[in-house]
Design a protein around this ligand. Structure first.
Ligand SMILES: [Zn+2]
Ligand SMILES: [Zn+2]
Length: 336
């Protein structure tokens, strides 16, 4: 009798304590107490295509982003584009109406990175980093080492796999594990690009192909994670240098209240468990009729804040400064 009373009291106390805490909050990130030392969401673009798909010279391309408020940018290109033969590349550039800026292969990697290095060294109005976007499939089939060694940051393209199963929690957890493994050989910050929006793209395309009214899709069908998977993903990411992208395509998807509800249910608990994110435009070659970048609208409801998106910027700055020191050039910390 006495024992049962004790148990009952403990249970009640725990219940009251949990109730008093209310819903989980996004945990504070250490070292973010000085607002002027943080970049705002719309000041960062950690994913912009600045290589073969550019229609205009690199500096003009960067100018357009700076004019819209960017102060930190990751310049990159799709690594697989550099695997075309010279003939394939010429035909592709002509068809897409891109100037033939680069060749394929290692000469192309070097020329692209040299252009990025020149922009990094030359521009004082924006902080630039250089990287690659690489297909997630290469985590299964093998990595191309030489170009990866040139990057300060590597982003993994999570595919919608429109002919197959949409990306989901199981796939993301597998990719996080593979990326952490790859990071042992390539020790730079890494990003998983657009996992959530690619699932939505796949589900909507499949539904449309079957003639289904997209308004009849449910939150459950959109949901990315199964029970327990968010905890697993967050625990794998905890304390590491792997970041999750909150893709700019979320802005349009948020217009649908069902998609919005599913995305918040998938992403907000990750933020509450301390996952660190990145924001970006994933701009390719749209130079006309561009909309201003407004990530707050879809980030805030998902718990994505300047605090949990600045971590990667700080890590990239520290990495660059440290490398400059290691080269014995402490005064050139701002250079790549
Ligand atoms: Zn991508
Ligand atoms: Zn991209």
């Amino acid at each position: 009798m006495r024992m049962r009373a004790v148990i009952a009291t403990c249970g009640f106390a725990a219940c009251v304590a949990a109730f008093a805490q209310g819903p989980a909050a996004v945990p504070p990130v250490p070292g973010t107490g000085i607002a002027s030392a943080l970049f705002g969401l719309r000041e960062m673009d950690m994913h912009i295509h600045a290589g073969m798909e550019r229609e205009i010279p690199l500096n003009e391309w960067i100018d357009a982003s700076v004019k819209d408020g960017r102060r930190v940018i990751v310049l990159l290109d799709h690594l697989e584009l550099y695997r075309k033969t010279p003939e394939e590349y010429q035909a592709w550039a002509k068809e897409k109406k891109f100037p033939a800026w680069y060749t394929g292969g290692s000469a192309g990697h070097k020329a692209l990175m040299a252009d990025f290095d020149a922009a990094i060294a030359g521009r004082k109005d924006v902080i630039l980093f250089k990287g690659w976007e690489i297909s997630e499939d290469e985590l299964d089939t093998g990595l191309e080492e030489a170009p990866m060694r040139m990057a300060e940051v590597i982003g993994w393209h999570i595919s919608p796999h429109n002919v197959g199963d949409p990306p989901d929690g199981t796939k993301l957890i597998k990719r996080i594990q593979q990326v952490k493994e790859a990071q042992k050989r390539f020790p730079v910050p890494m990003i998983l690009y657009h996992p959530f929006t690619m699932r939505i793209e796949n589900i909507q395309r499949k539904a449309a192909a079957k003639g289904r009214d997209l308004k009849t899709l449910t939150v459950d069908e959109y949901r990315f994670f199964q029970p327990g998977q968010q905890e697993q993903a967050a625990s794998l990411l905890k304390g590491g240098s792997v970041y999750i992208e909150m893709a700019s395509a979320s802005a349009a998807y948020f217009n649908d209240p069902i998609v919005r509800e599913a995305m918040i249910a998938d992403i907000k608990p990750l933020a509450e468990m301390g996952v660190q994110f990145i924001v970006s435009t994933d701009k390719h070659h749209a130079t006309k009729g561009e909309k201003s970048f407004q990530p707050e609208a879809y980030c805030a409801p998902c718990g994505i804040t300047p605090e949990n998106t600045n971590t990667i910027v700080r890590e990239l700055l520290a990495q660059r400064a440290r490398r400059a020191l290691d080269r014995g050039a402490p005064d050139s910390a701002a250079k790549p």
